[in-house]
Design a protein around this ligand. Sequence first.
Ligand code: NA7
Length: 530
Amino acid sequence: MDAGRFDAVVVGAGFAGLYALIRLRRLGFSARVVEAGAGVGGTWYWNRYPGARCDVESVQYSYQFDDELEQSWNWSERYATQPEILRYAEHVAARHDLKRDIDFDTRIKSAIWDEAAAQWTLTAENGRRYIGRFVVMATGCLSAPNTPKLPGLEKFAGRRFHTGHWPHEKVDFSGRRVAVIGTGSSAIQSIPLIAAEAKSLTVFQRTANYTIPAHNAPLDPAYVARVKSDYKTLRRRAKTMPSGIDFDFSPQPALEATPVERERAYRERWDRGGLIFMGAFGDLLLKKEANDTAADFVRARISEIVKDPALARTLQPTNVIGCKRLCVDTGYWDTFNKPHVKLVDLNARPLEGFDADAVRAGGERFEVDDLVLATGFDAMTGAMLRIDIRGKADAKLADKWAEGPRSYLGLAIAGFPNLFTVTGPGSPSVLTNMLPTIEQHVEWISDCIAHLRRRGLARIEADTGAEEAWVDHNRTVAGTTLRSTCSSWYVGANIAGKSRVFMPYIGGFPAYIQKCEDVVKAGYEGFALA
Ligand code: NA7
C-alpha cells in the first residue's frame, strides 16, 4: 500500500516532529509525518500517569519560533502537567494545521536506504509504504518503554500498568492494593497521588533516588507579564547556559565555600525548589567531595521528613547526586510516613517472582491488586533500534550501534545517508531543555536540506572520520564529569545487555550550537555532499 513519495518522511509527531513539519512546509518541501499514537504530543501523549509533569518550568518548556504563540499561550502552573502540555501540542497542531500531513496509528517497522535511487523506503506495521528523499527521525529520547524481564511477571493476574504507556481513561486506585516497581522520576511523581487514592501502596526500590521539592504553584500573572514583555532576552540567556535553561548557576566551587555558606546556598535552593538545586556550586558534578556536600544536605532533609529513622535510611540515596537525572517532586518523602505505604528495599529483599495476586520478594508475599511498572525507558537509542533501519550495503543500524550509538553531532550517522536524527545520541538532548534543543536541531536539519536543494544535490552523509572524532570527543568530555560514573539510563545501564556508553553530549548547549554552526560555515565540514 503506497502512501506516497515525499521530500521528507518524519517519524514521530512529538514536539520535534511537529516543528519539523512546520519548518519543512515553510521551505516548500513535501513532508509526511508518521506517528504510532492516535494523537500528537509524543512522550506527553503516552506518559499519562498520575502526577506526570515536566521538570523544566513551563514558561521555558515551550516553543520560541512562533512569537504570537509565545504571547497568546498561557501556562497555568510553574511546572505544567501532562494534560496541559498535551493541550499545548494539540493547540500548536491546530494553529499550524498540521494534522492533514500526519498519519496517526501508524508505527514504522523498517526504513531501508536505496543507494541507486538515493531514497528511503519506510514501511509501517499496517503495510503502508512511504518513499522519502530524506528521513527525519523525530522518535524521542524517552519513548521506548522498558519492561524488564522480571521473573514470573506473566503469572500476575491483576491490573498491570507501565507509566510510559498509561491508559487514556482515568485509572481508579481507590480501595485497591497497589505495588509500584521503580523509584525514578515517573514513580516519584506518581507515588504521592497513587497513595492518596489506594487502600495500600507497596513501593519496590532498587536504587534510592534524589528528589528536590518542586514548590509548584499557579503562575503569578505579573511574573508571566514580565516574561512575555521580554521573552527574547530570557530565550537568549537560556541559550548561553549549558542546560539551555535560563538557570541560576553559581560557578563558585563548593569546596571553596565554608560549611555555613554551603548550607545557606543549598537551603535557599531547596526552598525555591526544582533543578536549580544543582546550580548552587560549579564543581558539584566534577568533584566527588563537592558532590558529597550537596548529597549530605538532601540526605539530612530526608531524615527530617521521614519519621521512622530506619525507613529514612533506606530512602537515602548513597550515589552521586545529579548522576542519575535529578527528580523534582511534590510530597514524595512525606508519602512514606503514611501508615498504608510500605517500602521494600530490593537489595535487602530481592525480587523473587509473582503470583496471581502478589509480588514475592525476600521470602515474603506482598498481596496486591494492581502493579505499576515505573521502570523507565530504553533511552536515546531504543525507539530507533526498534525500527529495522538499514543504510548503505544493507548494513543494519542495530549492528553499527551494538557497542553503543555512533553519530556525528547526534544529527547524522555515517553509512546512513539522508537520515537525520532530532536530539539523537551525541547531542545535548536530555541534558538540556528539550524544546530549544529540538528547535535548534530541526532548524539545522531543514536548513541543510534547503542547502542541498539550492546546490542541486541529492545526498548527504556523515564521514566516518568526522563521526569517529565526535564520538571520541563525547567520550572525553563525559569522562570529565561525575555523571558518567553511575548506573543510569544516560549510560544504558538500566537495560540488560546494553553497552555502557554515555549517550548525550555533555559539553553544553552553547558549545554544541557553536560546533553545529561552524560545521555549516565550513561547507558542511565532516559531511560528504553529492
Ligand atoms: P527511570 O528514571 O529509568 O527509573 C526507572 C526505575 O525503575 C528506577 O528506579 C530503576 O531502578 C527501576 N527499575 C528498572 N528496572 C528494574 C528492575 N528490573 N527491577 C527493579 N527496579 C527496576 O525511569 P522514569 O520513567 O522514572 O524516568 C525517566 C526519565 O523521564 C526521567 O529521568 C526524566 O528525565 C523523565 P535503578 O535506578 O535502575 O536501580
